[in-house]
Design a protein around this ligand. Sequence first.
Ligand SMILES: [Mn+2]
Length: 480
Amino acid sequence: MAESADEQPIKQRKNGLYPAVSDELAENMKTGWADTELRGLRPVPQAGHTADRRARLSARFPGERLVIPAGNLKTRSNDTEYSFRASVEYAYLTGDQTEDGVLVMEPDPAGGGHQSTLYLLPRSNRENGEFWLDGQGELWVGRRHSLSEAQQLYGIQCADVRDVTAELRAATGPVRVVRGHDAAVEQALTDKVTAEQDTELQVFLSEMRLVKDEFEIGEMEKACASTVRGFEDVVKVLDRAEATSERYIEGTFFLRARVEGNDIGYGSICAAGPHATTLHWVRNDGAVRSGELLLLDAGVETHTLYTADVTRTLPVGGSFTQLQRKIYDAVHEAQEAGIAAVKPGAKYLDFHLAAQRVLATRLVEWGLLDGPVERVLELGLQRRWTLHGTGHMLGLDVHDCATARRETYAEGTLEPGMCLTVEPGLYFQPDDLTVPEEYRGIGVRIEDDILVTDDGNRNLSAGLPRSSSDVEAWMARLKG
Ligand SMILES: [Mn+2]
């Protein structure tokens, strides 16, 4: 360990309420602790994949130092913090998720390529008291991996993160940093980087993630399997949700996400009745009533941070009314058309256009829009009720690969290994005077997670029913 790190003062916890630490207690606390170093650790399952990803990144930016921070804890209030989620770029390239971690890929003048170093906070020092007096001391926040343990787990040489800013300041030569995660790291590089070059790094990392590797596909399968179980949990407690509120649904799904995964991948949308017409209804404080629909848009995030993103629209009482079914079946038909358009070689937008065509056709048929359908599609008139795009890439972010260029994403071509949602919807706002009164307050979305395969696609969330009759049968079975 570098001396500079050892000499940094302990950030002592606010303990003004209590007497100062006596010399005798300080001495006492130094000793009598077992050696708990873990030896012979096996690498994390994705270590081979993260190494491949770093090699591809290295090949794209030869001779340049690349800095990828995990990010820092964010204050919630006073001395409490939001739960930490590592930046996707850092997690993708290292497999680690530790706050304040920094991956530095230094160009290797000898062999070409890059030498990677993972900067992490080492285990707490017992000699200087930081393990029990420092706010980041292990006695407060839990045992960390030693640098040697981390090296075995992630297959990357490790160093003390308390040295990283000084080392970056002292470094020479071209450098790029992934911005937006760690202000101190960016500050250390402020005179050496340009926004344009940093954006290129960010864009490349986003585009790398468009095609998922085997490990990632396995994680997406896990995320979807847990999400299926979370939806089943919700159906089983709909009576208790009726007795309380949408919050019961939110809490029920969250329990599954926390027990089987890391977290929910995004704020669950638990939208009963007219709330279903609010696309991102996450207040989840409304009533749940039999006879109305529940739109549940939720996804479990795995321990490695891959998330599912699934929506089902369920009749709270167990069966659709005639009008609910008509609208639901149209959305289902649109989704089927969308999913059928997901295949290698198709343009990304094809599935969106296929789904929109079905919805426009039905809206004309129902007399809500004047045809012909071609005119409606050309002018986008159906969008008053379809509102949003029909899907997006999915992975470490729920809206994954968001900084990919248009030509590789929205105007790109589908390839095997891409993973995207297909999620058409129809939403009739409660105050929409252009539709018959009985339509108002009905919102339907059906969303599945679709993997592009060599010969078409595979629905990763097929464990949940989609047709209106299958949904009813499934609910009847679960409600018992
Ligand atoms: Mn989605």
